[in-house]
Design a binder for this molecule. Structure first.
Ligand SMILES: *C/C=C(C)/C=C/C=C(C)/C=C/C1=C(C)CCCC1(C)C
Length: 231
């Protein structure tokens, strides 16, 4: 059976492990969504939706990688186009849980996301120059970072009086900055560091997804749990 996972295909193994980890995380977040305080339930369940959408895409990406040896970047970007906006919804929700969210914050985060991902996709599939895609994508990301670190969302967070909400927000802020920085590194090594390296690209994107989807959800879950225990 030539379509089986081979022991020396480390990127294929990482696709496999992450597929299963996403399924397990989904079960965890959905079940835990029932045991936190009411105003945190949606946030924890949305974390489960993010890992559920990723799980479906990882099964397809894994199949493309193992059976064709090709870079599954169409599935990858469809996944990101669905899950990254949902994570921006999470920022909105954890601020809304303490009554500090505005619609403007959400729209700005969404616009930054779309600019970042559309530029990245066009750069990866060769529709535009890879360097141009990278630069425009970086600009979208920097716009998101501005909103989260210094914009209206940051101010709303600073004026909140919920410790659990602030700790979740701060942890999410570091995920969006440090955790997300792994993606442009993957793009850079995959396309800009001389030739195209699909092994490096996928290994790095896979690692980044574990941190930015599963750990991101766990941070929200931990805040929800700590505040629910007190109530
Ligand atoms: C669950 C998936 C997530 C959190 C994906 C995040 C993706 C990025 C932060 C991608 C960023 C990129 C740039 C900042 C530059 C251009 C290339 C990208 C799209 C890889």
């Amino acid at each position: 059976m030539e379509y089986m996972l081979k022991a020396d295909d480390l990127v294929g193994v990482s696709f496999w492990i992450i597929s299963v980890a996403m399924v397990a995380s989904t079960a965890f977040f959905f079940l835990e969504g029932n045991s936190v305080a009411k105003h945190w339930q949606t946030s924890v369940r949305v974390a489960g939706l993010v890992t559920l959408i990723a799980a479906v895409h990882y099964y397809y990406m894994r199949a493309v990688w193992i059976q064709t040896g090709e870079n599954p970047n169409v599935y990858r970007y469809i996944d990101w186009l669905l899950t990254v906006p949902l994570q921006m919804v999470e920022f909105y929700l954890i601020l809304a849980a303490v009554g500090a969210a505005t619609a403007g914050m959400f729209w700005r985060l969404l616009i930054g996301t779309l600019v970042m991902l559309i530029a990245g996709f066009l750069g990866e599939n060769g529709s535009i120059n890879a360097t141009v895609g990278f630069i425009v994508g970086m600009a979208g990301w920097i716009y998101i970072l501005y909103e989260v670190f210094a914009g209206e969302a940051a101010q709303a967070n600073a004026s909140s009086n919920s410790k659990a909400q602030q700790s979740a927000y701060n942890a999410m802020k570091w995920i969006v900055s440090i955790g997300w920085s792994i993606y442009p590194i993957g793009y850079f090594l995959g396309y800009l560091a001389g030739g195209t390296d699909e092994n490096a690209l996928n290994a790095i994107y896979n690692l980044a997804d574990i941190i930015n989807k599963i750990a991101f959800g766990l941070v929200i879950w931990a805040a929800a749990k700590s505040e629910s225990a007190k109530a």
